[in-house]
Design a protein around this ligand. Structure first.
Ligand SMILES: Nc1ncnc2c1ncn2[C@@H]1O[C@H](COP(=O)(O)OP(=O)(O)O)[C@@H](O)[C@H]1O
Ligand SMILES: [Mg+2]
Length: 195
């Protein structure tokens, strides 16, 4: 449990008992995540406000297949479903982009719209890809508090991976209503001019 150093948080008995024997999965700026039994994970937060914000987002996304299911929560933790698979950026680095993955990324952004998000954006590292190319969001943030009308960080990530043009080609076919805006805004943002 040494990884919990720095997290001097009083957890309730339920959380403490779940953590016994749990495997460490990863750690970010806000939380530390352990794998539990039955395809569940527990995320322990440093701040109860961040925990509440994330819980409030997950409540609103509970019917969406792209987001984790929540099972229990406390002031400093959330027990949710485990996202099997590989981080999207690692997958693309190894395998490149394919049509199915790109189409699922586009569907994900459409889902963000359906869910009433004001930030239609997410980073590649917060997306996990299963064997069947379905996508799961692991770490939603500020989706109802920040504003972004197009997937800027997502496409910036694709640009770094060298697959932005390929992605935009698929957007043009699969999501033509948004193509002009996404293409214009990301090229302006990246300072490349319009192609
Ligand atoms: N559902 C999950 N499935 C697999 N790994 C996860 C899951 N949730 C979190 N992780 C791992 O834990 C790390 C930290 O979780 P994250 O929710 O991103 O915390 P933070 O809010 O601090 O950024 C992630 O980068 C990832 O490595
Ligand atoms: Mg994170």
């Amino acid at each position: 449990m040494s990884k919990r150093e720095g997290y001097y948080i009083e957890l309730d008995e339920m959380a403490e008992s779940m953590l016994r024997g749990a495997d460490f999965l990863g750690c970010g700026h806000n939380g530390i995540v352990y794998l539990l039994e039955d395809n569940k994970v527990i995320k322990i937060f440093k701040s109860k406000y961040v925990c509440k914000n994330e819980y409030d987002i997950l409540k609103k996304t509970s019917k969406s297949k792209y987001f984790p299911q929540v099972y229990f929560h406390g002031d400093y933790y959330i027990v949710r479903s485990y996202a099997k698979g590989e981080r999207l950026d690692y997958y693309i680095k190894k395998n490149g982009l394919n049509r199915k993955v790109a189409a699922n990324m586009i569907r994900l952004i459409k889902e963000f719209k359906e869910l009433g998000f004001t930030k239609l954006d997410i980073r590649c590292k917060d997306l996990y890809l299963s064997d069947d190319f379905s996508i799961k969001v692991i770490d939603p943030k500020n989706n109802y508090s920040k504003n972004c009308s197009y997937p800027r960080h997502l496409m910036k990530g694709l640009s770094k991976l060298g697959v932005l043009d390929e992605f935009l080609g698929i957007v043009k076919k699969e999501y033509s209503e948004e193509y002009r805006e996404w293409n214009f805004k990301i090229r302006r943002y990246l300072g490349r001019g319009i192609k």
